[in-house]
Design a protein around this ligand. Structure first.
Ligand code: IPT
Length: 456
């Protein structure tokens, strides 16, 4: 029989979310034109006037970056609405852009649909423009806008409830807004923070620099999300004994700022920096939400798009071949039946290796048959069965007798959806995974070793 799940397990939205691995963020709006990051809500709608807005250009950037989901800022804390909402005059309809007939959300949603990209929405809970902010009337206002966005633009894959500045938005506001989300778009992932913690499918991971914790558990105690300021470490690492399954989403900008500023063109993250970022987010059991701020034309800079394509080149080039594929795999405590050690290297997520229920530790030896050189390691647990393994190390050997540790892969804790490690190239004919502790028996579907191509 199959192993029994342990602890909290993901819901269907979270399983789908993990498999996307990377999401693009588009911060675009009044701040782009006012040349600030946190507008106070007083900028005139006359300022908003992209000269060449083309969301198909945005999605083509994502295509070459291998990113299949995107979240657009519909309204940031300055309150300006990127769609012609019926509920305020502070929107594109009073801007010169397309003589007030434009709708950025529509163009974004249509471009996503045309290119097979899932569209998400950031609707800032904080609002510095609207005088009702923080009152029950604001709750009505926000709920009406949420309905507009969730009814009129097709499937919305994720809704982003930024906690920034939103402390006056109490949990009763979110109770109502969550009801709107669940009624109109049952499959919509909720990024929740602070007072929206009850509804969070995924959590903030505690910083905006792209650095998930090591370890990084998908589980957390909900109070740690609510009491963010005093629980940054818990957000960053998760909590191994957490009572809720709320994995980390890593929001970080490809530039220093969230909104576009020309003077930052020379500070776009390099491909090497993005590669590190990928390992520190996707490679740490998290999903990467990478911001590409469109400029005043309404286009993503070619600098940003070239870097993102460089990252995709490295991802593809590295992970195309698992050098352990087809290796002879043996373990100390196999469960038997269909849960074979060889499932670890069969390039299939549908089959997995498991230990017998009496064992939470194991030693799994992968015989490569000949010497191979690799510098990346990947492990993937069966997330549907909960976080199981809590301690592991990887060693290598040239003769099967003398084993050397991979220092970067020694004394590790969490695995989860995906754990990646890169290190100086190692040449070996055998690799072994020592599972040293767990909450339940091992259930891992992939053990991979890879060789990075050189930087583009
Ligand atoms: C921070 C919020 O407090 C948090 O809830 C989350 O929304 C996060 O932003 C997103 O980056 S505030 C930020 C200035 C660190």
């Amino acid at each position: 029989p199959a192993p029994v799940p342990v602890g909290p397990v993901p819901n269907a939205r979270q399983i789908e979310w993990y498999h996307r691995e990377m999401i693009a963020f588009f911060h675009f709006g009044m701040n782009t034109f006012a040349e600030v990051n946190e507008g106070d809500g007083s900028a005139s709608p006359q300022l908003f006037n992209p000269t060449a807005l083309n969301c198909n250009q945005w999605t083509s950037v994502l295509k070459s970056a291998g990113i299949s989901t995107a979240i657009l800022v519909a309204k940031h804390a300055d309150g300006f609405c990127n769609w012609p909402t019926a509920h305020t005059n502070y929107s594109v309809k009073n801007s010169p852009w397309k003589n007030g007939k434009g709708d950025v959300v529509r163009e974004f949603a249509d471009a996503c649909k045309d290119s097979g990209i899932k569209a998400g929405i950031y609707l800032g809970p904080h609002d510095r423009h609207d005088s009702r902010y923080g009152t029950p009337d604001y709750s009505d206002y926000y709920a009406s806008q949420l309905s507009e966005l969730l009814r009129n633009y097709g499937p919305i894959w994720e809704i982003w409830w930024d906690g920034a500045g939103a402390d006056q938005i109490t949990s009763s506001f979110y109770d109502r807004w969550a009801d709107t989300v669940r009624t109109l778009q049952p499959n919509c992932v909720v990024f929740g923070t602070k007072n929206s913690y009850r509804y969070a499918d995924c959590r903030w991971m505690g910083n905006e620099s792209g650095l998930s914790g090591d370890p990084c558990w998908s589980t957390i105690n909900p109070g740690s999300i609510r009491d963010e300021e005093t629980h940054i470490a818990q957000l960053n690492h998760g909590e191994v004994a957490g009572t809720a399954y709320v994995p980390a989403e890593v929001d970080v900008s490809i530039r220093p700022s969230w909104f576009y500023h020309r003077e930052e063109d020379a500070q776009v993250k390099s491909v090497a920096a993005l590669w590190d970022l990928y390992f520190n987010s996707v490679g740490r059991n998290s999903v990467l939400l990478l911001n590409f701020p469109p400029d005043k034309r309404g286009l993503v800079s070619t600098i940003d798009s070239a870097r993102a394509a460089g990252l995709q080149y490295l991802i593809k080039g590295t992970f195309k071949t698992n050098l352990a594929a087809g290796a002879v795999v043996k373990s100390l405590h196999p469960r038997g039946g269909t849960y074979k050690p060889a499932n670890l290297v069969d390039n299939s997520e549908q089959t997995y290796y498991a230990t017998s229920d009496n064992y939470v530790t194991d030693t799994i030896t992968v015989d490569l048959g000949k010497k191979k050189t690799f510098d990346v390691l990947m492990l993937q647990e069966v997330i549907e069965l909960g976080h199981r393994t809590t301690g592991w190390s990887v060693d290598y050997s040239a003769d099967g007798k003398n084993w050397m540790p991979i220092p970067e892969a020694t004394g590790k804790e969490s695995i989860g959806y995906k754990w990646l490690i890169k290190f100086k190239p190692v040449t070996a004919s055998r690799v072994r995974l020592r599972v040293t502790s767990g909450k339940a028996g091992v259930a891992i579907h992939t053990f991979g070793i890879y060789k990075q191509p050189s930087l583009p």
